[in-house]
Ligand binder design. Structure first.
Ligand code: GLA
Length: 742
């Protein structure tokens, strides 16, 4: 790994043998971009990589009328506003005079081993020897601003993490109006843009479009990263597939408002940007103050989209998710939400726990409805005291009873919310996010607490930490069920009001930071009406996320398939629930529900006492299987092999890093009459020279055979083969567990 610096030509080459990222100081003193892609050998001088240099109709640089030099036609590192580039900039400022013009000249650089933390923000981290960091500083002396661009190159991954720091080194106040975390100018726009979009209950569906002239973007201005667009973008060449070709992905390590944007200009170059959404954002930077942007990461693959995914999963597993949770097995859990909703008492819960233990479940999670007087979603959020009507002996006693059955115990909280009908609102009406001159909009009958205020965060820290200690919690599901309206805080004045959304998320992170550092062994699962805040920022604190409220197996295939572009399998909460499914009213077999949920952090969301004895036996086997698979699911390489978005089937698999075991899941949505029997599916990622047993059968198969010729699916019902058919009907599935012979 190396960061080469040519001090004379002022060129920087970041390379780790997988990728190269090259930039330099332009002749006017600003930073220009030269190359990003597969690693190329280091050269003494890369100046011939600069595009442009040919006179065009563009505006040329002010100091010296040089028609061959214009920012409009050179690739830049962190484009600004006000001179010869008319595309959207990475930075936007306002000086006291009202001027927005700025220009940053190269000042110096430092290279350090490893990574520093970003104050108050989640970010990737590294152990000594795993990463190098380059900081390049630039100064606008007229505005009195210092800009520092951070680049972290990871040793074994085709990944660069980027972020921006602004420091007011002058005497006047500066208003920051847009601070992107990264900007990348690409020489051409021959790409498909991939995004993960959706809505409640159908999060992270894959959408693709060809890049076109103009601006294309996704973002959120809801106060959370959102169900609607994930803070992610990928570019693939039109010919790139899951296994072949070039692709780049961009991930934002942040949970609030974001913008991910690509601008294609009149020369068909593409400018990618990612950062806090500039809409409803500004930040007052007084003399001596510093602003840190969140981090964004760029990943490059020349091995198709699966190559991209595998690198991102490795990055998040080893450099983002808390090291405390990297190698810990996640417990098979049962959550009572779909089993009871608000209607439970201690006895019902203990019965569920008792039965769960017999099935092999390891953790019981008591969901919504245990606090205040909460019998529906109209009251009590904010009143984090045990509802003694439901649980007269208190939470400690319930936890003790559940733990006496041999399960761990966890609780649901929605710490950022309050109901109008609550003691907390009565005591602190000013703690609600609202504009005092206007009515407050409701969302799920609730309001949002003002996390820009320290006293609100302190209050919730006290409430949650007290339950962690008294009820000996092993797990917390942290929910957030509505977005922010009337975004205004009485604690912020006119100059600072534009900081509201970012300060809100900083408050959320502060609470997460305090709780996770004081209680490192409590497993946090993030949730926001399902997957409404499933993002890399949350993953830093909460190693798993409730991927969606939709537990329907068929819908989950799409949700988990889409999510896999960003999130490691072991971070996706995926549960088997009862049928008819509560979100779609669809019936799928218990087998298919389990076969889908295996590819995540596995659990149940039903009342096991309502199951037949055959179902209980099947569930016991599912749980035993998952316990066998879970290290593989946690650490393996994931392959998407057939997409539910483009076919009636889904095929995915996970292969251990040493290729000694693998798990493949094949699924078919709708059955059709007279299907082909003897269907073959091709696997991937295996050792071609090894032999594998499949599902414990004695006859081994060669790795090369399984990948090149494929494996046979079992016979499907076709109207006449009743006695032989092994599967049939809608939403069928097959699981292949492969073990390499020694
Ligand atoms: C949200 C969550 C669900 C459940 C309910 C409880 O919708 O996503 O899993 O916890 O809240 O109210």
């Amino acid at each position: 790994m190396s960061i080469h610096i040519n001090t004379e030509a002022k060129q920087f080459h970041l390379t780790n043998g997988k990728i190269s990222y090259i930039f330099h100081v332009l002749k006017n003193g600003e930073l220009g971009h030269l190359y990003y892609g597969i690693a190329i050998k280091h050269q003494a001088d890369f100046s011939h990589f600069q595009d442009g240099g040919i006179p065009t109709a563009a505006s040329c640089h002010a100091e010296k009328a040089d028609p061959a030099f214009s920012l409009e036609t050179v690739k830049q590192e962190y484009p600004g506003y006000g001179t010869t580039d008319f595309r959207e900039p990475a930075l936007s400022i306002k000086r006291e005079s009202g001027s927005s013009i700025h220009r940053f000249d190269f000042e110096g650089y430092t290279v350090t081993e490893g990574k520093e933390r970003i104050p108050g923000l989640p970010a990737t981290y590294s152990k000594p020897g795993e990463a190098e960091n380059l900081e390049v500083s630039l100064i606008d002396r007229t505005a009195g601003l210092k800009l520092t661009l951070h680049y972290t190159l990871f040793q074994d991954l085709p990944v660069i993490a980027r972020r921006t720091v602004l420091e007011n080194i002058g005497n006047e106040k500066i208003r920051l109006e847009r601070v992107m975390s990264l900007s990348l100018d690409l020489s051409d726009s021959e790409y498909m843009m991939m995004q993960l979009s959706g809505a409640w209950s159908r999060e992270r569906h894959i959408k693709e479009r060809k890049l076109e002239s103009g601006i294309q973007s996704v973002g959120s201005a809801r106060g959370a990263s959102s169900h609607h667009h994930n803070p992610f973008l990928a570019l693939r060449r039109p010919e790139t597939t899951e296994t072949l070709g070039e692709a780049i992905s961009f991930h934002f390590i942040y949970s609030g408002n974001f913008l991910a944007q690509i601008e294609v200009d009149h020369y068909d170059t593409a400018r990618v940007m990612m950062g806090i959404h500039p809409f409803q954002f500004n930040w007052q930077l007084n003399p001596g103050e510093t602003f840190h942007s969140p981090e964004a990461v760029m990943t490059y693959s020349d091995q198709g989209l699966n190559g991209l995914t595998q690198s991102v999963h490795d990055l998040f597993r080893h450099h983002l998710i808390s090291s405390n949770w990297q190698k810990k097995e996640r417990p098979v859990l049962i959550n009572n939400w779909e089993a009871t909703y608000f209607d439970f008492n201690a006895e019902k819960i203990i019965q569920i726990a008792k039965q769960s233990k017999e099935l092999g479940i390891e953790l019981f999670v008591l969901d919504d409805g245990w606090f205040g007087k909460r019998d529906d979603d109209t009251t009590s959020l904010g009143d984090w005291f045990t509802d003694e009507n439901k649980l007269p002996d208190g939470m400690e006693a319930l936890s003790e009873a559940v733990r006496a059955e041999g399960l761990k115990f966890g609780l649901w909280f929605e710490p950022e919310m309050v109901n109008e009908e609550s003691l907390l609102f009565g005591e602190h009406p000013d703690w609600v996010v609202h504009d005092p001159d206007r009515p407050k909009s409701y969302g799920r009958n609730q309001w949002v607490l003002d996390y820009t205020r320290r006293e609100v965060v302190d209050h919730m820290y006290e409430r949650m930490s007290s339950f962690i200690k008294s009820a000996q919690l092993s797990y917390i599901k942290w929910d957030m069920n509505r977005n922010i309206t009337e975004a205004f805080s009485a604690s912020l004045d006119f100059e600072h009001q534009g900081e509201f959304f970012h300060r809100y998320i900083l408050g959320v992170y502060d609470l997460y930071e305090r709780l996770t550092s004081e209680f490192p062994d409590v497993l946090f699962e993030s949730c926001a009406g399902g997957g409404g805040r499933f993002d890399a920022g949350m993953l830093y604190y909460a190693p798993q996320a409730w991927a969606s409220d939709d537990t329907d197996a068929a819908e989950r295939m799409k949700i988990q398939y889409g999510s896999s572009f960003v999130y490691p399998l072991y971070s996706m909460g995926s549960h088997v629930s009862a049928i008819p499914n509560h979100q779609t009213l669809r019936n799928t077999s218990l087998k298919t529900r389990g076969d889908v949920a295996y590819f995540g952090t596995f659990g149940y969301e039903l009342d096991p006492n309502q199951m037949t004895s055959e179902e209980k036996e099947e569930v016991k086997i599912q749980i035993l299987n998952y316990k066998k698979y879970r290290t593989l699911i946690r650490d393996g390489d994931f392959y998407r092999l057939r997409s539910p978005f483009t076919s009636n089937e889904l095929l995915w698999m996970v292969v251990s890093k040493d290729r000694s075991e693998a798990l493949a899941g094949w699924y078919k949505m709708l059955a059709a009459p007279n299907p082909k029997n003897g269907q073959i599916i091709k696997l991937a990622g295996l050792d071609p020279d090894a032999s594998y047993t499949i599902n414990g059968q004695t006859k081994p198969h060669h790795g090369d055979e399984l990948m090149r010729r494929g494996v046979n699916l079992s016979p499907e019902f076709n109207g006449v083969n009743g006695p032989w058919a092994k599967r049939g009907g809608d939403f069928q599935s097959e699981i292949f567990y492969l073990k390499r012979l020694l």
